[in-house]
Design a protein around this ligand. Structure first.
Ligand code: PLP
Length: 394
């Protein structure tokens, strides 16, 4: 037996911004016996899951389900619609935008990074006017796609995807809109069709409350058309064979049968609670968390109130404090797991995830653990963040 569970009594408070805690209902469903993925039962099950996931993306178009992490699904999006040497615009919002861009580069795609001049782009949401301006200059339409991260998990910022679509349209540019909503989907409102995304990339381990291991590409008719002319070599990631098999509820290769059981259960749970209620719950918890941060006298990494994330809050630690030492304390003393600072923010911030299967009391526990850990670091908060959050939530 792997000793993954440490010796601490009580439950583990997993408050990183993904993977998020997996509800026991989902864990139980994943433990059902694996069945024949070519058998008669599986086709009906597959069709049900393929239909259910569309409602989460708010799309009428097909959604590809890969056995892969979010990163694999990033690759799937790019290799299906682009050709070697194609130019793609990436708006830099943080570490995940950079990782996606680095992956594109490895695929032989020419990347261009944009961001608002004079602004720390890791603290503000996407400024769509920057994209519009750049596309207007591209009179030859050399730019084939615009890539943006809906919810930037490294900085706690949610960007306005409809505004990016409008910017592309206002510039009268044919570029495809590729969106990463790995951590946004299921926690922050997302409308694949209404917002005009061409490919939306997502994963299982964030708002969908599943373990890591399955990823998604939601498609548009324009993306499917582009995939017919794309020249990047692809086999496993190719949409055509998957779409063909999916018509009858099957996959060309063995799908993650047991994770699909979990997805089926998650879809049921989400439909029962209702997407609007889920999004409102995330907004409420995020606001409570921000009130705690303000009471502590600390700064939110996100300086843009329009971009505050309902999924997580990234908190800047005071000068001289190492955020990873604080995190280590929270884990060892309180069995509380907080998100680390990624890329250039290492040691400077920590992140509190309040996504997925999270409620008022689970957030209060996390805030309490943070408050005690701040105290242990010798920091004297302005006021109690726990009380401030309670005052808001009650
Ligand atoms: C978690 C995450 C990913 C990466 O997914 P993996 O499953 O780790 O490959 C990509 N983008 C964002 C915004 C994420 O939060």
């Amino acid at each position: 037996m792997l000793k993954l569970d440490n010796h601490l009594s009580g439950r583990h408070f997993l408050h990183i911004p993904g993977p998020s805690p997996v509800p026991s209902r989902i864990l139980r469903s994943i433990s059902y016996q694996t069945i024949d993925h070519r058998g008669p039962e599986f086709g009906a099950f597959g069709l049900k899951v393929l239909d259910g996931i569309k409602k989460i993306f708010k799309t009428e178009q097909p959604v590809i389900i890969y056995s892969a992490s979010g990163t694999g699904s990033w690759e799937g999006a790019l290799v299906n619609v682009l050709s070697p040497g194609d130019k793609v615009l990436f708006y830099e919002t943080g570490h995940f935008a950079n990782l996606w861009r680095a992956l594109a580069k490895r695929l032989g795609i020419e990347v261009e990074v944009v961001g608002k001049a004079g602004q720390d782009t890791w603290r503000w949401g996407v400024d769509a006017s920057v994209i519009e301006e750049r596309l207007r200059k591209d009179t030859q339409h050399g730019i084939k796609a615009v890539c943006v991260v809906h919810n930037e998990t490294s900085t706690g910022m949610t960007s306005n995807i409809a505004a990016v679509r409008k910017a592309i349209d206002d510039a009268k540019h044919p570029a495809l809109l590729l969106v990463d909503s790995v951590s946004g989907l299921g926690s922050a409102d997302y409308c694949h069709d209404a917002w005009g995304a061409d490919v939306t990339v997502s994963g299982s381990q964030k708002g969908l409350m599943l373990p890591p291991g399955i990823g998604f590409n939601a498609l548009s008719p324009k993306a499917i058309e582009a995939s017919k002319h794309s020249k990047i070599a692809k086999a496993y990631w190719a949409w055509d064979e998957i779409l063909e098999s999916n018509k009858t509820g099957y996959w060309p290769t063995t799908p993650s049968t047991n994770l699909m059981y979990g997805l089926h259960e998650a879809l049921d749970m989400m439909q029962t609670e209702g997407l609007d209620k889920i999004f409102a719950r995330h907004q409420r918890l995020a606001e409570a968390c921000r009130r705690a941060v303000a009471a502590w006298g600390l700064e939110n990494q996100c300086l843009d109130p329009n971009a505050y994330s309902p999924v997580l809050t990234a908190i800047v630690v005071p000068e001289g404090m190492d955020a990873d030492v604080l995190r280590k304390h929270a884990l060892e003393k309180f069995n509380l797991s907080l998100g680390t600072g990624l890329g250039k923010l290492k040691g400077k911030i920590f992140r509190i995830g309040h996504l997925g299967d999270c409620n008022e009391l689970s957030l209060m526990a996390a805030l309490s653990g943070v408050e005690m850990s701040l105290g242990a670091m010798g920091y004297k908060p302005k006021a109690s963040g726990v009380v401030a959050a309670q005052d808001y939530l009650k």
